[in-house]
Design a protein around this ligand. Sequence first.
Ligand code: ZN
Ligand code: ZN
Length: 409
Amino acid sequence: MGALRTVGLVILAVSVFTFIALFGRLPAFRKTPVAWLHRALWVYFPNGIAVVDNRLFGGRVVRCWNQSGSYLLKENHPLVLIFFTSLLVIGEGIFVPAAWPRLSSIHRVCVPAAIILPYFLLYKCVVTKSFITTENHEEEMRRYPYDRVLFHPGHQCSTCKFLKPARSKHCSFCQACISRHDHHCIWLMNCVGANNCVYFISLLVSLSVMLIYGSYLGHSILSETLKQMVPPEIQEAMQGWTAWINTWGIVITANPRVGTVFLLMVMTAPLAISFLAYHTYLIWAGVTTNESAKWSDWKDDVEDGFVFKTKRSLIFDRPLPMDLYDELWPVHTDQILVTDEDPPTEGCLLASGSNCIAHRPASDLPPDPRWKQLRTMRDVDNIYDMGFWYNLRDVVGRSVRRSKETSGI
Ligand SMILES: [Zn+2]
Ligand SMILES: [Zn+2]
């Protein structure tokens, strides 16, 4: 019983540690204990070790650690992918042979499907690249319009030496610019981008289904053992958490292979489900993981009162340059946003080509009434948010642009 509790606590601790180490930097956890623990793990703890090492060993331990650490953190290595795949293979290798004789024929069809699908999707996620190359650059430049809030035209990638398409980002691990960059996934040794996003979401769905289904099967098998070991009248007489934990401890000890993997699945399922829920939320909001960090910066500026908004048509009386307007894109906006401590003044000029820089000819001029201070992010237009179904359509790689006939040009 003590051993079971220890195994359970160890699995729980490893799950919490993995979650904090990998996801603690996500904007959703800003200003929460999760973000602090992530910082403690990656910043305070290494700094503390460095101080001790400097005093005791003249910094030799940290130098040696840095050499291996920089490989782990800065190189696109396969260790996490190997760990992840091994966890799947070993878990299934322990669970399935032990559970198989007790499965009904319908489950004997469903179990292989639930096992094979994540491997297929994992393979597709790893091998499908979303790299922007000189061959597809022109096409990628047309994929999304620049919103001039998060993405501005005219920026060149210093490594790839071409103009960065909207929503793209250079990945130092993959050493390439990534189309519709979401995040670099160390589990996949690859960036999640325009071409493999659909496989990535499908992988999260298939892993969540597999873990829930596996937990259900494990629970059914263990419940059967419970019925055989403990008569129903004694089960009914048992009361309290301790009796419940003790009984299940005995049942799991009687089925160690099914029991251990069942515990592992129950504890890791919430991780897969919460990651799936987070990515579903991102699709609903029309942002990528990369963009959610950028929007969080805007949110902080809005909350501090540093963002001012006006309509482009109020500021510019001349026709819009062609690159500002994408007729075929389903969402349009007339907004101009600037970040500044004080409201833009009369006669304030916008630096050409940018939405974010206000140039002040003189500071003693009165504020320009055409600019409104923003108080909420609800007043900011995100042209990449086309509504959930269109966002989903975009993620699965279907075109969201309107045809020329329906747009009337
Ligand atoms: Zn690049
Ligand atoms: Zn990458």
